[in-house]
Ligand binder design. Sequence first.
Ligand SMILES: [Mn+2]
Length: 319
Amino acid sequence: MTTKIDIQSTAQMLMAKDNILILCHKNPDGDTLGSAAALCHVLTAMGKQAVVACHNRIPAKYDYLNIPVWDGVSEIDYVVSVDVAGVNLLGDTLSDFAHKIDLCIDHHGSNGEYAKCLCLKADYPAAAQLMYEIICEMGVEITPHIADCLYTGLITDTGCFKYSSTTPRTHEIGARLMELGAHHTMLVEKFFMSKTRKAVMLEKYMLNNLEYYYDDRCALLVLTRETILEIQPDPTDLDGLSSMPRDFEGIDVSVLIRPLREEGSYKLSIRTGENVNACDIAAALGGGGHLRAAGCEVVGSIETVKKAILKEVENALCQ
Ligand SMILES: [Mn+2]
């Protein structure tokens, strides 16, 4: 049974605990890492022991977050997951924690309610927005470094305040974090104004291989294993690739299909415009996410996977 708790109780609970392990979702992004880092630094500043764990190695791009990674042996008394919608998103190396999570802090409407306590704000565009409010409630000072961590989550999950999930409150918090010393220019440059050579090569591949369906309302890209072997992208080079075609005029749904490590299994990223629910499409194939951005993992040949997703896209477009 999951007990839903508000921001106040979440803050009180965290203040009462020690030896805390903070879990991120696999294939980590700026929101799960930034929010976890902020919480970890706040707890440490309060004199507590706190560490972070993630299934994947944390990409070098996020080194500045200075995340203390759990060594796998130090004692843990309290487990918190951040930005993790379901236990399947923890990844194999953390799957032992699936039924041992004391508190989940999340903003996914599709949250699987797997933790003992859940602080969920499904209308928040980023877990970092929720984390900011929890930290304020804890009454701890937000240092420039913690402001950087939170600002990272805020900008990466909102496409730099562009996505429709952005609210006036998001901007207020962004402004407040700038006042508190967040390095706005450095972070925006890092995530939105510079591209690696490999990311550009992926973009070129995307433009050459995009498939259009349903009167050009759906754009689908299959990233083949061969292309990945050829370009050898870092995981962070793939950020943004799935949402790019959504910005093309007339596109309501954009789908990126890429192979997972296990042969015959694929990860699908779905991005939608205003009139289509991405989460519904992903949920039909066992996944979840947000209104405009969602994902799922599907097993099968590339042909059957494509057929399955296109059928769900068609259903969504007909509604
Ligand atoms: Mn998030």
